[in-house]
Write a protein that binds this ligand. Structure first.
Ligand SMILES: Cc1ncc(C[n+]2csc(CCOP(=O)(O)OP(=O)(O)O)c2C)c(N)n1
Ligand SMILES: [Mg+2]
Length: 309
């Protein structure tokens, strides 16, 4: 969670300096969801991510320097510097890709789960999507196929209260998204997305169900984002500054984690500070390397564009 937060805070600053090209959506505030879910996955398991995908990639174990190089569009980035923020993928880590299409990763995860089932492995696939993405037809279709084929898949809806500037009070049909899973017989529940322990426990049950042949689960994790929808674009006229202040002061998953582990004495303040320092150094080094790296060579312009079979 600290690595994701530091990565995102730093990208926010660097983006303002106009060093980073393209569209960038920050995940800060929602870290407990990616960290809690991915903490119960192995490298062999799959995730399919969203346009707000940095947190999922970090939590699945993608190299942060490779990610930073990718955001800067530099050679040596995880996708050769040609994908940028919204197309980070790393198959070695089972990270099937960020996705510019809302809910675009959902059928990909269902497909990966089908592949695992057909091949007879015990791999699990997780589909991350937003509350807005939950209105896409591909989500409804994937829920049905996951039930019919009893796929080893977990649908993780990240309800951050908004789809761009549109609040869930405007775009949500029905009382909650989890009911859409229940409607087709998928065990579904709402989870506090600020509480990494709650997310981890819910994800562990869901992954165990999927791995042992019990089929799909839907988790609706609620946590608002700290920044606007997208860097350099969103004035956030749709929410009050006091709401953002309240979010950052009372619903910060990193602080809530620290409060809890200090209170139960499972970690000391010194240990937490050491993590902070190590993370800062790691992200500093990643930014430094990304700034100084070369852009992809012109000879690479057409490589990786089409797959050859
Ligand atoms: C199919 C499709 N329709 C519209 C868009 C434009 N768009 C980009 S992000 C977004 C909102 C997504 O909201 P949500 O799924 O809640 O994710 P969040 O941004 O809140 O993480 C929309 C409508 C898109 N990328 N893909
Ligand atoms: Mg949303």
């Amino acid at each position: 969670m600290r690595t994701i937060r530091e990565f995102e805070d730093r990208v926010h600053t660097e983006f303002a300096g106009e060093d980073i090209p393209g569209a960038v959506h920050l995940y800060a505030g929602q870290e407990a969801i990616a960290a809690g879910v991915c903490s119960v996955l192995s490298d062999d398991d799959y995730i399919a991510s969203t346009h707000r995908g940095h947190g999922h990639a970090v939590a699945k174990g993608c190299d942060v320097t490779g990610m930073m190089l990718e955001l800067y569009g530099k050679s040596g980035g995880l996708c050769g510097g040609k994908g940028g923020s919204m197309h980070i993928a790393d198959f070695d880590r089972g990270m099937l890709g960020a996705n510019g299409v809302a809910a675009g990763g959902v059928p990909l995860a269902a497909g990966a789960a089908l592949s695992a089932k057909v091949r007879g492995t015990d791999q699990v696939a997780v589909a991350f999507l937003g509350d807005g993405g939950a209105n896409q037809g591909a989500f409804a279709e994937s829920l049905v196929l996951a039930v019919v084929w009893q796929l080893p898949v977990v649908f993780v809806v990240e309800d951050n209260g908004f789809a761009q500037a549109t609040g869930t009070s405007f775009h949500l049909a029905g009382k909650q998204i989890a009911l859409r899973g229940e409607a087709v017989g998928i065990p579904s529940r709402v989870v506090d997305g600020y509480d990494v322990f709650a997310v981890r426990q819910a994800a562990a049950e869901a992954v165990e169900r999927a791995r042992s042949g019990g089929g799909p689960t839907l988790l609706e994790c609620k946590a608002d984002r700290f920044y606007g929808h997208m860097e350099g674009w969103d004035q956030q006229a749709y929410r009050l500054e006091s709401e953002i202040d309240e979010l950052r002061s009372s619903h910060d998953c990193v602080k809530l984690f620290a409060d809890r582990v200090l209170a139960d004495e499972s970690l000391t303040a010194e240990e937490l500070s050491a993590v902070d320092a190590a993370v800062r150094a790691r992200i500093d080094a990643a930014v430094e390397e990304a700034r100084n790296a070369k852009e992809p060579d012109i000879s690479e312009l057409l490589t990786d564009v089409y797959a050859s079979y």
